[in-house]
Ligand binder design. Structure first.
Ligand SMILES: Nc1ncnc2c1ncn2[C@@H]1O[C@H](COP(=O)(O)OP(=O)(O)O)[C@@H](O)[C@H]1O
Ligand SMILES: [Mg+2]
Length: 771
């Protein structure tokens, strides 16, 4: 079955159930008409069921002070002020049990999800709510197969077929993560276009794809910032809310049957949040399974949801129809007062102690004032403080009226409310939360949800047509190449910095070694100048690429896991686009210093030196890419580069004669690109040189008889005569290719699904998906 969505930006929305919230919805809806065009989405209904999902990570006990080995996990009631729902305690048993051996002995288990069962239905907008730290993001990450570390247990199925989330879910569902990572040098429109070009079916024409981009931009109210850069820490770009909406747009445009959004409305103003949820609701109305974690929804937004999943402490407190939630909690002694946003009530009065403590504080304050005034002999009426939201206003009004009539004072009525109210709302939050969590598994509603998860509405499994197929290799390559080139150019700071660095260092070296001459001192100066050029080129090449790639790597990982493209087109386009820069800057560098220093002035010798410098710069870049691929921490990368490069520089043949390399390190010069580049430099420059010297009798002399008579003699003394210029260059090319190969492998390994996801897939080894 496929349904067609007609998104009218502004006038979709609620199903018309009459509440005050809905009334204002309608007004807002009319005033926010955005798009009149039709956006044809066809989705297949999909039910996502998950059973007994648990997610456990190993953490250092000192992160959670109370959970030392042997300790009981802290009783939740220990801290009255803490939000119980927000604290996830290290599992007591696991904390006490010593881990097998080695480093793991220092770690304790922390259960983040504790057997979550439920299902998300097609054509329904499900909201996941819960205090911060309740496990909402973890649940979405587990469903997306995106857990970096830890053990995942349980089953996930789509339309009745067990799946490995990491392998299948990412190919059928769209995910908007809490931390949206988008390349900062793209504009909003380019980011959405990228998603359309790389992830929409190949069968759609380019024109259709671009039309969709325009419509989605309008739907998500991104028209004003469509051509603004996304921005980064260094470059100011769009606002947080616009960025979030761009992330939603990038998923929405792919027409997913299932859409998961982690806090899509955080950072948005009330109206933007409302209109975004309205768009999500329209998607759900068109048949999409929409799941979103939402923090503090306004009452208008709250009433847009179809279903609610309330999480606390990694467990389900309620799941099911939104409308039924109020009744469910009401039946357990937590009646949501009239005219109160149920979402506020859940957060403030069930999950936390806000109401209770405010009341107690107010009562104490009033008592104090009263005592003071009685002492002073005054007889005054103390007006109650403003009422906290979740109180039943009708009841309060009744009390006040009755009390005021009978006693002439408002005060005793307030005291009554505060002290005599025997609702379970007066329990400590943590006790209350635990009680409600324990009530859930035995409730009829829970049985209903379990049954729904066991017997999904659709049982036709996942079909090969459901799996997103990326764009062709050539499209990916062309797009990524174009983007990388624009990125490099837009990264103006980087380009200017490199240009400045090249010109500055070129001039500096040129002026220091200005017109080097051919006397005996020039021998040392020549070897020194060439050595400096080699070390400088490898260092700048490595550092430049590594810092740029480290910042880009997270973008790559996110896009790669969202199946925008494959690794090879990305890697190839990256190398190809960097190549012109890695040719131009080293060439410029040599061009500046070569004639200033006064190396042998022949075109061949100049171009050989420039060519070798370019090769070495590319080896440096490949090495930078390799280090960047191995670690995502720039500090670690910065620290490890000198650790590896400096020994390679020591073994490059000038500081230590190649023939004197200690036996244990005999291999080191063989892997040092600096050695081969330096070898090529020396052979090239020294070839054909005859040096002058002053004889003891004061006569000027050339060649034989001088301590260093010729260039060849110098090369021989330094033990660089074994390899010719050509041989050195060929080896440099080989090193470049090998470094690229290792870098590619590291990136491939780093981008594979994380261990947690693999564990789940192993547990599900019996499951097969139609691929
Ligand atoms: N990989 C992890 N290692 C340690 N703690 C984690 C990890 N992932 C999540 N947590 C913890 O689990 C709890 C739930 O996190 P999360 O799912 O992000 O909550 P939220 O409901 O706010 O989205 C938090 O206390 C968080 O610190
Ligand atoms: Mg979260």
């Amino acid at each position: 079955m496929s349904r067609v969505l007609q998104l009218h930006g502004g006038d979709g929305g609620g199903d018309g159930t009459a509440t005050t919230g809905r009334g204002s919805n309608a007004m807002l809806l009319r005033s926010s008409s955005v798009v009149e065009q039709k956006l044809q989405f066809s989705t297949r209904p999909m039910t996502v069921a998950f059973k007994d999902l648990s997610f456990t990570v190993m953490v250092k006990p000192n992160t959670y002070p109370a959970a030392k080995a042997g300790d009981k996990a802290p009783a939740p009631a220990a801290s009255a002020s803490a939000s119980a729902s927000a604290s996830i305690d290290v599992d007591a048993g696991a904390a006490a049990a010593p881990a097998p051996r080695g480093k793991k002995q220092l770690l304790v288990e922390k259960k983040i999800l504790k057997g979550v069962t439920g299902s998300f239905e097609s054509a329904r907008f499900t909201a996941i709510m819960g205090a911060s730290g309740a496990g909402k993001t973890s649940l979405l990450n587990v469903l997306a197969g995106e857990v970096a570390a830890g053990t995942v247990d349980g089953t996930v199925s789509v339309n009745g077929q067990s799946i490995d989330p990491g392998r299948i879910m990412r190919r059928i569902a769209g995910f908007v993560f809490q931390d949206d990572i988008i390349l900062g040098t793209m504009t909003v429109r380019e980011a959405i276009t990228m998603s359309a070009l790389l992830r929409l079916p190949r069968s759609l024409s380019l024109e259709t794809k671009m039309t969709r981009v325009d419509i989605v931009i309008q739907l998500l109210r991104l028209d004003k910032c469509a051509d603004t850069l996304i921005g980064s820490a260094h470059v100011k770009g769009v606002s947080g809310g616009e960025r979030k909406r761009t992330a939603v747009a990038m998923e929405m445009i792919t027409n997913p049957s299932i859409l998961f959004c982690d806090e899509p409305t955080s950072g948005l103003d009330a109206f933007s949040a409302f209109s975004l949820c309205q768009t999500l609701k329209s998607l759900a109305d068109a048949g999409c399974t929409v799941v979103a974690t939402i923090h503090q929804p306004s009452s208008e937004v709250y009433h847009m949801f179809d279903e609610l999943l309330l999480l606390a402490d990694g467990r389900v407190m309620y799941m099911g129809e939104l409308e039924y939630a109020v009744e469910y909690f009401g039946a357990r002694g937590f009646s949501c007062p009239r005219y109160t946003n149920p979402a506020d009530y859940f957060f403030m009065s069930i999950l936390n102690d806000a109401t209770h403590s405010v009341f107690v504080e107010d009562a104490e304050q009033e008592e104090k004032v009263k005592e003071e005034q009685e002492e002073e002999g005054k007889n005054v009426i103390v007006a109650p403080n403003p009422l906290p939201v979740p109180m039943d206003l009708d009841a309060v009004a009744d009390f006040l009226l009755r009390d005021a009539t009978e006693t002439g004072s408002y005060h005793s009525a307030m005291e009554d409310i505060v002290t005599k109210q025997e609702s379970p709302i007066n329990e400590k939050a943590d006790v209350r939360v635990q009680r409600l969590l324990n009530l859930w598994p035995t409730s009829e509603q829970s049985a209903f949800i379990k049954n729904r998860a066991d017997n999904p509405a659709h049982t036709d499994g996942v079909k090969s047509t459901d799996l997103k197929v990326g764009a062709s290799f050539s499209t990916q390559f062309m797009f990524l190449g174009g983007r990388a080139f624009k990125n490099a150019l837009r990264n103006r700071f980087m380009v200017r910095a490199r240009l400045g660095q090249t010109v500055f260092l070129g001039l500096l070296v040129g002026l220091i070694f200005l017109q080097i001459g051919d006397d005996q001192a020039s021998v040392q100066n020549r070897t020194g100048a060439l050595f400096f050029v080699a070390t400088n080129i490898i260092m700048t090449g490595t550092m430049g690429t590594m810092t740029v790639f480290s910042t880009e790597k997270n973008v790559f990982l996110r896009e790669f896991s969202s199946r925008y493209y494959k690794l090879f087109p990305y890697f190839a386009s990256k190398i190809l686009v960097e190549l012109p820069f890695n040719i131009f800057f080293p060439f410029l560098y040599v061009a500046i210093l070569y004639f200033l220093i006064g190396f042998q002035a022949t075109a061949t010798k100049f171009f050989i030196m420039a060519f070798t410098t370019v090769l070495l710069a590319n080896c440096g870049a490949a090495f930078g890419l390799l280090v960047g691929s191995m670690t995502s921490d720039l500090t670690v990368a910065m620290a490890s580069v000198p650790m590896i490069l400096l020994p390679l520089i020591i073994f490059s043949g000038l500081l230590l004669n190649l023939d004197d390399t200690p036996y244990e390190f005999y291999w080191a010069p063989y892997i040092s690109p600096v050695r081969y580049a330096y070898g090529a430099f020396l052979n090239n420059e020294m070839d054909g040189l005859v040096f002058t010297c002053t004889l003891p009798n004061g006569m000027e002399h050339r060649g034989l008889g001088c301590p260093n008579p010729t260039g060849e003699a110098v090369v021989r003394n330094l033990s660089f005569h074994t390899l010719s210029v050509l041989e050195n260059c060929i080896i440099l090319i080989c090193i470049w290719v090998v470094l690229l190969g290792i870098g590619y492998t590291c990136l491939y390994r780093g981008s594979r699904r994380p261990s947690g996801a693999r564990m789940l897939s192993r547990a599900r080894s019996s499951s097969t998906a139609t691929e």
